[in-house]
Design a protein around this ligand. Structure first.
Ligand SMILES: NC(=O)c1ccc[n+]([C@@H]2O[C@H](COP(=O)([O-])OP(=O)(O)OC[C@H]3O[C@@H](n4cnc5c(N)ncnc54)[C@H](OP(=O)(O)O)[C@@H]3O)[C@@H](O)[C@H]2O)c1
Length: 271
């Protein structure tokens, strides 16, 4: 049985669906009630209260863990007590390139490496789906605002992250690996907005934000340290942050999906 945390979220929900479709027994963990495929067991629990996870881990072999809660060691102890032998951690590119800003995922990585479990770490860069932040302004006024309009980054499709996670949870041969997950090519915010316009069949105006405007907006839903790290990646990416990684193709045997492809599949959110 495989336990999937973050099951009510973007990536975790798709991991649950893929595993269930492959015939795996799945336990889905989240605080909110998630809509789940038939046959998936739901456990509502908080990763900040590892004692409450005991029931979820009973009889589990593998764990898909996302970075939430303050005590990764306690989560892993509860997982091992339930029988978990393999853990796949959804970390973040920043844990490798800017560990001083991304302390939370870096701490989860340390705990996973020291756990004695068979571990694999996934380090995605920015998600294609961060473009949902533009959905309201595109729907309302056919415009989208972002900073650093001409800086390119190889953002990744969350569906590809989920597919990699499902493969790594089910297959042997990934133990002790750190996979950097990116899309197939760098795109700039201006190009991503244009791709949404193309998917809609109508132009969308790009409005360049200043760093301060972006910072104020991001502080509404991210801790300050993560905001500073994210602004640094968006504005002054290192070579490592701009590089296209071969790892999605290595695991899935196909290229990662482009932002334009994501925009077409998700156009209804912007209509
Ligand atoms: N967006 C990016 O560009 C990016 C880049 C690199 C890495 N990441 C990482 O990728 C992760 C997944 O992204 P996503 O788009 O799938 O996120 P999401 O849609 O916001 O989902 C987050 C999930 O985490 C669960 N969760 C949060 N706190 C929890 C807690 N204390 N206990 C139990 N569950 C908790 C939420 O469930 P409930 O609220 O129902 O509990 C939800 O299912 C993020 O956490 C982020 O660290 C994101």
């Amino acid at each position: 049985m495989i336990v999937v945390t973050g099951a009510s979220g973007n990536v975790g929900g798709q991991v649950v669906a893929l595993l269930a479709a492959a015939g795996e027994r799945v336990t889905a963990v989240s605080r909110r009630t998630a809509e789940l495929p038939e046959g998936v067991r739901q456990v509502r629990a908080d990763l900040d209260d590892p004692a409450g996870l005991k029931d979820a881990f009973e009889g589990a072999d593998a764990l898909f863990l996302l970075v939430a809660g303050q005590n990764p060691q306690a989560i892993l102890d509860a997982a091992m007590a339930g029988g978990v032998r393999r853990v796949v951690l959804l970390s973040s590119q920043g844990a490798g390139t800017r560990p001083d800003f991304y302390r939370h995922p870096a701490a989860f990585e340390d705990a996973v490496r020291r756990s004695g479990l068979e571990w694999t770490i996934l380090r995605p860069g920015g998600f294609h789906s961060n473009a949902y932040a533009w959905a309201e302004s595109v729907r309302g006024g056919r415009s989208a605002a972002a900073p650093f309009g001409d800086v390119g980054l190889p953002t990744i499709d969350p569906a590809d992250i989920a597919e990699v996670a499902a493969a790594v949870l089910r297959e042997d041969g990934h133990a002790g690996r750190v996979y950097e997950l990116t899309g197939p090519a760098p795109t700039t915010p201006r190009e991503r907005v244009a791709a949404i316009g193309a998917a809609l069949g109508t132009p969308v105006r790009f409005a360049e934000q200043t760093r301060e405007e972006a910072r104020a907006q991001m502080l509404q839903f991210m801790p300050e340290q993560v905001v500073e790290g994210t602004l640094a990646i968006l504005g002054e990416p290192t070579d490592a942050e701009q590089r296209v990684s071969p790892d999605v193709e290595r695991v899935l045997g196909r290229a990662p999906r482009s932002f334009a492809d994501w925009a077409v599949r998700n156009a209804s959110a912007f209509r």
